[in-house]
Design a binder for this molecule. Structure first.
Ligand code: NAP
Length: 280
């Protein structure tokens, strides 16, 4: 393995083994429920992946699926899951069909069961640096940086992409670690002038080869969150030869992706802890 590669697969496997041990010690069985609507083929694959990992870790798993449903009916279904003491974590599989109000549906999930970390309450807690269920991909990126002992204090970090799911949440998490963070997006002028100054560059856009070798600083650390499927093969947002300039870089696949799934499983355990803290 190239010593410059940040091996997300290895880190996620180690995290999984640790989590399995913790879960095996519990007296009760934790349960993850994925709520899905419609027939999006990619969603079906993602739900299966979550099921496989949940069962491996030792959780119960249930895919509550609806071919079609109204906002009102779905809100009721999620409220039932919120009340069900046997349900530890709830995910609403995205994207939802157009007839459904994503914001309303996501925010119906109890913040204590919101293992995707996407409710407004959990996002606000993240901004305020309060203990909460974090969105899985940003959490996974933070774990990778920690595992590789990347010093963040005072570092110049550039994030490309500002979605709540990834870039915006990472912006706050890294700021809390005392990095100096710049958030770039589709309207940023002269992207290269930012990326080429970054000690740590994080890219979460969804455009193959958006970042080329000449756009990165020598000896920088590159975290490529992007996933682009071209002719059945997966690519990130950063051209693969950028690793020649970097000191460390995540591959795609095998970098951030595996960390996202394990972070979700860790969130189920954390949700259980938070729910128990509330009972005290
Ligand atoms: P998203 O919601 O579509 O956001 C994309 C962001 O990229 C937006 O902020 C957009 O700017 C910005 N952008 C678009 N074109 C740009 C350009 N030419 N230059 C600079 N910024 C540009 O996507 P997302 O959900 O954050 O996901 C981003 C990528 O990460 C996707 O490839 C997705 O598949 C991948 N992803 C991977 C994982 C994983 O586990 N590895 C998890 C989640 C997502 P505006 O805000 O101005 O439109």
């Amino acid at each position: 393995m190239n010593e410059k590669i940040i091996d997300g697969k290895k880190v996620s496997l180690e995290s999984k083994e640790l989590l399995k041990k913790k879960v095996a010690k519990l007296k009760e069985k934790l349960k993850l429920v994925v709520v899905s609507v419609g027939d999006n083929p990619a969603s079906k694959v993602y739900v299966k992946q979550k099921e496989k990992m949940a069962l491996e870790v030792g959780y119960d798993f249930w895919n509550l699926h609806f071919d079609t449903i109204t906002n009102k009916e779905l809100v009721k279904e999620i409220e039932k899951l919120n009340q069900d003491t046997k349900v530890t974590g709830i995910i609403v599989q995205l994207p939802l069909p157009d007839n459904l109000d994503k914001n309303l549906i996501l925010n119906t999930v109890s913040p204590l069961k919101d293992v995707d970390g996407l409710t407004n309450i959990n996002l606000l807690k993240l901004v305020k640096n309060e203990d909460s269920l974090l969105p899985c991909t940003p959490h996974g990126v933070m774990k990778l940086l920690e595992y590789y002992k990347v010093d963040l204090i005072g570092k110049r970090i550039v994030i490309v992409g500002r979605s709540e799911l990834v870039g915006l949440s990472l912006f706050h998490l890294l700021l809390h670690k005392n990095a100096t963070v710049t958030l770039c997006h589709s309207k940023t002028k002269d992207l290269k002038s930012y990326t080429s100054e970054a000690d740590i560059l994080i890219v979460a856009v969804g455009k193959k080869d958006l970042i080329t070798k000449d756009m990165v600083k020598k000896d920088s650390i590159i975290i490529d969150v992007g996933i682009n499927r071209v002719d059945g093969k997966l690519y990130g947002d950063v051209a693969s030869d950028a690793i020649e300039s970097a000191s460390l870089m995540t591959p795609v696949p095998g970098g951030v992706g595996p960390m996202t799934v394990i972070s979700l499983m860790e969130n189920v355990y954390k949700a259980w802890e938070l729910q128990n803290d509330q009972k005290d």
